[in-house]
Design a protein around this ligand. Structure first.
Ligand SMILES: [Zn+2]
Length: 265
């Protein structure tokens, strides 16, 4: 086990007990310090373009991590970028097309109940541009942020293509890497259709909701990730890096994480 793709969302000053996808700034800083202290290499998604890149990495002895952030929340600008810059760590941010605008847009994922916060803002065009010009990788997270698990091929095609044109028109440099909102991994037919479309559109990597550590037989267009959540302790985080599997139990009411269970490899 040598490659772990970590998946973050919002990073805020204070914890939010009803929303496990918020990691506090202090926890995030401590987690990045732990990577640094343990000499864990932080790669960029651009380092993983071919199957042989992946195989070399997974077979290597040294532990490597890839940092990914979904949704391009505006809080990442103040609470994530300075910490990454301190350590000189690369990271990939996945942006949602409908939030790309001159002004910061509210993330309105509340319509489906998944995100219980109206006030979370997404990055505006200037912030997305600064991110990419600052050397960070900007990838795609669909246009509408709707669940694509049962989407038709036409919808999938639009969702992976529309934002590419939009960001190009805004003069923002991007990489052809994709993260599916909410994941589609449970639907094999969608995974097959989506990976074909991603390939046709020139994507070289994608994260479709598969969870776990990366293995040498993983498909670059369906790579696994491990979510880092607010309730994780530092020892949970160390467990993730050591290859321990983690199970999550979510309750529908308030999206509280009721129990974490660490399992052996
Ligand atoms: Zn998302």
């Amino acid at each position: 086990m040598a490659l772990t793709v970590l998946n973050y969302h919002s990073v805020q000053d204070v914890a939010d007990t009803s929303f496990p996808w918020v990691v506090t700034k202090n926890s995030f800083a401590a987690q990045m310090q732990l990577l640094k202290d343990n000499h864990i290499a932080v790669l960029d998604v651009r380092d993983l373009r071919t199957k042989s890149d992946l195989q070399k990495l997974v077979r290597s002895k040294s532990n490597t991590v890839l940092l990914t952030f979904d949704d391009c929340f505006a809080d990442n600008v103040d609470n994530v970028l300075p910490i990454l810059k301190t350590h000189n760590f690369d990271a990939t941010f996945f942006c949602v097309g409908k939030t790309v605008s001159e002004i910061s847009q509210d993330s309105d994922w509340t319509t489906k109940g998944e995100y219980n916060h109206n006030t979370l803002k997404c990055m505006n065009i200037a912030q997305l541009k600064a991110l990419s010009e600052g050397g960070f990788t900007l990838g795609f997270h669909s246009y509408s942020h709707q669940s694509l698990i049962n989407a038709s091929p036409d919808t999938l095609d639009q969702e992976i293509h529309q934002t590419v044109q939009q960001l190009a028109q805004a003069g923002i440099t991007t990489e052809m890497t994709f993260a599916a909102p909410y994941g589609v991994y449970q639907n094999r037919r969608t995974v097959r259709c989506l990976t074909e479309l991603l390939q046709q559109h020139g994507y070289y990597s994608a994260f479709l909701g598969k969870s776990g550590h990366t293995t040498s037989w993983d498909n670059l267009l369906c790579m696994p990730r491990i979510p880092v959540l607010g309730p994780h302790t530092m020892s949970d985080f160390e467990g993730i890096l050591k290859g321990q599997k983690m199970m999550y139990f979510f309750m529908k009411d308030g999206y509280k994480v009721v129990r974490f269970k660490l399992m052996g490899r």
